[in-house]
Design a binder for this molecule. Sequence first.
Ligand SMILES: *Cc1c(COP(=O)(O)O)cnc(C)c1O
Length: 226
Amino acid sequence: MNVAENYKKIRKEIPEQVSIVVAAKTRTATELSEIIDAGATDIGENYVQEAKSAYEQLGEKANRVRWHLIGSLQKNKINKALPIFDIIQTIGDYEIAENIDKKVERAGKKIVPVCIEINIGSEFTKYGVKPEFKSIEELIRKISDNLKYLKIVGLMTMGPRVGDPEDSREYFRKTKEIFERIKTLSLPRVEMKILSMGMSNSYEVAIQEGSNLVRIGTSIFGERKY
Ligand SMILES: *Cc1c(COP(=O)(O)O)cnc(C)c1O
């Protein structure tokens, strides 16, 4: 099967209200072009430089899809990232949020939609806010109170990378609970719409637990060759 067929098959399997963000790391612009032709609506990139290169090579076609940043953003890449990405899914601390906020106007944008990234398994090796509700609420309130150009539109989590997707279920469930609790706070510029969780090996479980955006690479393109 080719990548276009893989995409269409997964698109058919997954409920309509769940968005598929095609995880593009290590894939060529040609592969992304194929996937856009197959009907992909959203592309997820981990690295700003890789995104910029694909974006430029795709030309007009790049405008047919929404671009999501799904890898963490370094301060010195913000100016390069802002013109490309429609949404930044990886806000895990106030400092990066504040640095982005300062640059939005100059980039000619009015608002930048972001998701808060939660390190739901409290893993040392992963970026993201600690899963304690208090820490998450504090970060969201601080952004909402102080940063005028960011709009928090949801939560994102990687979940621990485990062999058995069933083992991720409790983490997805916890993230969904946090998502619902944030909704009840009714804060300015905070609108919990996106719950981004689930990858190739775990998207079915994630959707059962309330995910409405899955990020899929391997199941579409095959294993990555680094
Ligand atoms: C690579 C990646 C994915 C997709 O992983 P697959 O296992 O290839 O589907 C999803 N989200 C993030 C943040 C990634 O880096």
